[in-house]
Design a protein around this ligand. Structure first.
Ligand code: NAI
Length: 350
């Protein structure tokens, strides 16, 4: 409980029971220091309300740092729709989404929502019926659409920068890379890396993905073997907490850069990685392509995919600065990234 209270540094926390669905809708606004608090809406089944609130608090804080490091004029927020039973469909789903929309609207623009685990672009269209503070609608509506291609593009930039530091070149010809998780981001990333001449080892818990591996000409293996393979770089693109102290002890690759959120089981794992001489691209820097793309939607000129791609490629520069600061200050890339985020947050306060 003490740990839980320690993270309560947020500007606002709104918990409302939906009048249509009875489902609890939670929005945490961690910071608006740099702009409106943007973060996705997670629709998930929670056994108790504290876990739902904790998720919103934890994830909104992470969004503040992610957007600050990317230099975006955005703060950090997160929405959670707390499901008790199964995932609602039809009329029930619509009711839940409209209840969440009312919660967003009550914050008058201090929070802006988007897709996340459990919600889709179509859900955002329903939410948009009751609030204007929503992003990630379809491209047909002049919005930025699916963020995954942009996330993959940003991770590719992070992979190149990481390889440059470790091997002295951004060329992927002759490099071997292991991609864990061939989902929306991982598969796209795998295609981009293959095009650049890398040899891939891939894994997914979903056997249906094996056909994708074949099409890519990649070697299919188990997730554990992919993680510990003797490759040049590991790209975690599945779920979080994949790197704990034990896993890091088994890694053979000298570099890690991927899309998965919260890759480190604990922040101290960054030190273990460093001690083993493994260069880790902080996840919230490498996977910011999706949010950078959404931020373009909020610019006065409106959304433009080529401007978005340019901005996303800027992840290479940001990550390069972080690696420089880490090497120069004998600190981990995680500490360097957090320091950059804090400086950017302070700039806006100043
Ligand atoms: P997704 O759900 O489309 O893909 C995840 C893939 O990982 C699935 O194919 C799943 O079967 C596989 N998987 C799950 N557990 C696994 C395991 N233990 N070992 C190997 N494979 C496993 O998700 P998406 O959108 O591709 O996201 C991937 C990661 O990137 C997530 O951690 C997500 O939070 C993060 N991320 C995604 C963004 C986006 O734009 N989609 C933006 C920023 C972060």
């Amino acid at each position: 409980m003490e740990r839980y209270l320690a993270t309560l540094e947020h500007e606002e926390l709104l918990v409302r029971r939906g009048r249509r669905s009875g489902a609890y809708c939670v929005v945490a606004v961690h910071s608006t220091a740099r702009g409106p608090a943007l973060g996705g809406c997670r629709m998930w089944r929670y056994d108790d309300s504290r876990s739902a609130v904790r998720d919103a608090l934890r994830l909104s804080r992470a969004m503040t740092f992610k957007s600050a490091v990317a230099g975006l004029p955005l703060g950090g927020g997160k929405g959670v729709i707390m499901l008790r039973d199964g995932v609602p469909a039809g009329r029930g789903r619509r009711d839940v989404l409209l209840d969440f929309a009312d919660t967003v609207e009550a914050l008058a623009g201090r929070y802006v929502t988007a897709e996340d685990v459990g919600t889709s672009a179509r859900d955002m269209t329903v939410i948009a019926e009751n609030t204007a503070h929503v992003t990630g609608l379809s491209r047909r509506r002049g919005s930025s659409g699916d963020p995954s291609p942009f996330t993959a593009l940003g991770v590719e930039a992070a992979v190149l920068t990481t390889c440059e530091r470790v091997f002295g070149s951004t060329s992927l010809r002759g490099r071997s890379i292991s991609v864990l998780g061939l989902g929306n981001v991982g598969l796209r990333l795998a295609r981009l890396l293959t095009k650049r001449g890398a040899t891939l080892v891939v894994a997914d818990i979903d056997p249906a993905r094996r056909a994708d591996a074949q099409r890519l000409g990649a070697r299919w293996t188990t997730p554990e073997k992919a993680l510990t393979a003797a490759v040049d770089l590991v790209a975690p693109c599945a779920l979080g907490a994949i790197l704990d102290h034990d896993a890091v002890a088994r890694l053979q690759a000298p570099a890690v850069a991927g899309a998965a959120n919260n890759q480190l089981a604990d922040e101290s794992v960054a030190v273990t990685l460093d001690q083993r001489g493994i260069l880790w691209a902080p996840d919230f820097v490498a996977n910011a392509g999706g949010i950078i793309n959404i931020a373009v939607e909020l610019e006065p000129e409106g959304y433009d995919p080529s401007r978005a791609r340019r901005r996303v490629r800027g992840i290479a520069t940001t990550l390069g600065q972080i690696f420089d600061a880490a090497a120069g200050g004998a600190i981990t890339p995680l500490t360097a990234a957090m320091e950059l985020a804090r400086r950017r947050l302070a700039e806006r306060h100043g």
